[in-house]
Design a protein around this ligand. Structure first.
Ligand code: NCC
Length: 276
């Protein structure tokens, strides 16, 4: 397979990936008593467009980066899972516009998803590793973690906070882009939240800056900037095809290699600013 150039790759993503969220009118949800808890409209028609956006990975290399001020200058900031800002403002900033969470975070007791104030700023977007090519009904009956029961509980407790669930088609469309651009077969597990959040922001923003997804000179085995836990697999991947994701993002980067080295910063155009 010929290796696509960065701009071609960007256009391929724009043309084949659709950021879709679940709405109340979709089957099987429309037939369920709690359907009205789902948003009436798509995330992309409710949020944005934003000019400049930041995607803040949770990598340990953000620690002592001093990037907080720069991150907060963006019009919208996306963060992941249980990544905090309190106490880490200097390095990661304090603004949260969107928080992308996996279903494991929603379900596990240690994250106190229903009660912790960590999740209360900005809009929430949840996703669950749905089985490859399964339809919505199959997935609904066999989610990886109980995303739907937790969603209903959260909505009852925080009815005013915008809260979307990604259509599983989206994660596999992104997965397909990775596979089609790699010479070898990659694992049939969905991409990490990092790449899903990056593509999500490309659909909402004119320009997207991703921080420490491609590690800077601060590269470390510290897994997260907010935890004393060391594991190189956090940066290199195990379950998720993370190394392939990073390879792809490196090819799409429109910023300089120096930006990566000093700031761990990648610059990507939003879909609306691409000439395809
Ligand atoms: O670790 P996690 O990811 O929450 O990190 C969010 C995103 O940041 C990028 N990252 C993180 C650490 C690191 N050293 N380098 C990085 O590049 C990745 O792109 C990552 O996606 C996830 O993707 O949802 C993930 O979630 C965790 C975990 O479920 C949550 O943190 C909640 O505890 C997964 N860890 C485990 O299952 C043990 C992780 O595999 C993926």
């Amino acid at each position: 397979r010929p290796k696509l150039s960065g701009p071609k790759l960007l256009c391929q993503i724009k043309d084949t990936v659709e950021v879709t969220t679940l709405t109340a009118d979709l089957q099987p949800f429309s037939l369920l008593p709690w359907a009205a808890q789902l948003p009436p409209k798509q995330l992309t028609s409710d949020l944005g467009p934003y000019k400049s956006c930041a995607v803040v990975s949770s990598a340990g290399s953000l620690r002592y980066s001093g990037l907080g001020r720069e991150i907060d200058t963006h019009d919208a900031v996306l963060r992941f899972n249980a990544a905090p800002t309190t106490g880490y403002e200097k390095d990661v900033g304090s603004k949260t516009t969107i928080r992308l969470i996996n279903s494991q975070v929603m379900a596990s007791d240690d994250h106190r998803f229903l009660s912790s104030s960590l999740y209360s700023s900005g809009a929430l977007v949840a996703w669950d590793p749905a089985p490859f090519s399964a339809d919505l009904t199959q997935w609904y009956n066999r989610t990886d973690y109980p995303i739907f029961t937790q969603y209903q509980r959260y909505r009852r407790l925080h009815p005013m906070q915008p809260f979307y669930i990604l259509h599983p088609r989206f994660e596999w469309q992104v997965w397909q882009r990775i596979q089609d651009n790699m010479a070898e077969p990659i694992q049939k597990n969905p991409p990490s939240s990092g790449l899903l959040g990056t593509v999500l922001m490309m659909s909402l923003c004119e320009v997207v800056h991703v921080y420490e997804f491609l590690p800077s000179r601060r590269k470390t085995e510290l897994c997260h900037y907010y935890q004393r836990f060391f594991d190189a697999a956090c940066t290199l991947g195990a379950y998720h095809p993370l190394l392939y994701e990073k390879n792809l993002v490196k090819r799409m980067n429109q910023g300089s290699d120096r930006d990566i080295y000093t700031h761990g910063r990648i610059t990507l155009p939003g879909f609306s600013k691409m000439n395809c």
